[in-house]
Design a protein. Sequence first.
Length: 298
Amino acid sequence: MKNKGYFLVLFTAFISGFSIFMNKFAVAIANPYIFTFLKNSLVALFLTAIIFGAWNFKSFKIIKKKQWLLLLSIGLIGGSVPFLLFFKGLSLTTAAEASFIQKTMFIWIFILAAVYLKEKITKNLLLAGMILMLSNILLLNFSDIRLGWGTFLIFIATLFWALENVISKYALAELPAKTVMWARMFFGSIFILIFLLFTHQITPIAKINSHQLAWIFFTGVLLLGYVSSWYAGLKQIKVSEAAIILMLGSPVTTLLSMAFLKPVAMKEYIALALVILAVAVAFGLEIIKKLKLAYVRS
């Protein structure tokens, strides 16, 4: 089961890297808040159809009041506020910089998971994190850095997502992954709608054209794949381990940028080698240790 969790989170990382690259183009053709609301609402409706279409009403009846509060907080902290901050920030900066900042999330997850979930952060994970950070730094051209309001918004969104992931891991101990991901997208969409109503930004929805709808649908499908694989994987492995694997999305984004926007340089190849090394340090060494122990016992 745990190996399946690793695979699911690895799949999430690739979706994340591709999504950030594609969302950079999507937010350029529509109001980022409207874009976020419609995309998230699409995923929320789809998840609602899956849950209620399968007549899973019993799974909601057994949810306790405390758990409902957790689900609401996941929707607010993970499914609404950071989305608004991130996509607004993404419209003001580069995709590579946004991906790099988002992938510092493992640092904050490490701290929160250690304090609130009592997860043990191994030396292998810490070393892997440092190697992956070095890899991401190598992949980030300093010409891509635009320190400003957009950078700040993405950083705050990253902190919110780190907190939400730790809360979600706590909730997943007693609740199904489908329930948690549904709450994130459903309640998150409601909170975003409230924001749009209070800021008088709801009317532009009527002006969305077919081209923009196509982008919303495409990125919505990516988001559905992201939340589905992420929460299913997170239920089976530590959030600190998942955070390290998710960092693999940053090189994916930068490689896509290189493939379509700029040529490949030697440092990109070095960065990719560091990514492979980091994964080996985080999980490969532990596997080798277990195999040696099994051999000795035999």
